[in-house]
Design a binder for this molecule. Structure first.
Ligand SMILES: *Cc1c(COP(=O)(O)O)cnc(C)c1O
Length: 243
């Protein structure tokens, strides 16, 4: 899909205002949790919004963006980078092994490492490209069949294996809790898992639950709708293909 053909509901002013409110809300949540707001990074999720929406957020001071499809991310962010934009890009969607090389070339952080075959593809791509982004292991904290992420029962073994393989590049964990019910137990589970492995980064919390995530130790919150408005098309929520 060509991101330029999708109209964002947000004008430049609306996006700047929304970004300000989200930043205030993130800082307030950090304050309530007795945390320094500077320890929570806002990842602005621009998937399905046009590059103009990204530019509007950049003009309002945003640097870190999240996209869930490599192709869409490349269409928007490669030209911005070529024009000298100082942006950091997180891939937050299910990643197919055959997209690993593009992801390694483009991303600063890949948040969705969740299976050995993808680890192989990323390691191979890193050799070819001469660079390796930071990596997070995605855990399927609700063990939901339709979602990506390593199963909770396999998470410790998988994280340990990824640390052996990627060393310091394996920075932490990411999750998307079940849509229904209290996300806090899932966030706390992820925090405890990160602690067991000495990992510092916890990417958790979206528009609807970032306050809870920050109270549970999130270092990165991934917020789309609250900044850019409703997406005209909802991205696929299906599990990633097995290979
Ligand atoms: C779309 C998406 C988000 C942002 O969700 P909002 O509800 O729009 O804030 C965060 N994380 C992931 C993995 C996503 O796919």
């Amino acid at each position: 899909m060509d991101p330029d053909t999708i109209r964002s509901p947000g004008t430049q002013h609306e996006i700047a205002d929304a970004l300000r409110s989200v930043r205030d809300a993130v800082a307030a949540a950090a304050g309530r949790a007795q945390r320094d707001p500077a320890t929570v990074e806002l990842v602005a999720v621009s998937k399905f919004h046009p590059v103009d929406a990204v530019r509007a957020a950049m003009a309002a001071g945003q640097r870190v963006f999240g996209e869930n499809r490599v192709q869409e991310a490349a269409a928007k962010f490669a030209p911005l980078r070529a024009a000298g934009a100082d942006v950091s890009l997180h891939i937050i969607g299910a990643l197919q092994s055959n997209k690993a090389r593009d992801a390694v070339r483009l991303a600063d952080v890949i948040e969705t490492l969740d299976r050995p075959r993808l680890a192989d593809a990323l390691a191979h791509a890193a050799e070819q490209e001469g660079r390796l982004p930071d990596l997070l292991v995605q855990v399927n904290v609700g063990d939901e069949p339709q979602k990506g992420g390593v199963a909770t029962a396999e998470a410790d073994a998988f994280v340990a294996a990824m640390q052996r393989r990627f060393g310091e590049r394996l920075r932490g964990l990411m999750c998307i809790p079940p849509a229904e019910g209290d996300p806090a137990p899932h966030f706390l589970w992820l925090q405890a898992c990160a602690r067991r492995h000495g990992l510092a980064t916890l990417s958790m919390g979206m528009s609807a639950d970032f306050g809870t995530a920050i109270a549970c130790g999130a270092t990165h919150v991934r917020i789309g709708t609250a900044i850019f408005g409703q997406r005209s098309v909802e991205p696929v929520r299906a599990a990633p293909p097995p290979v």
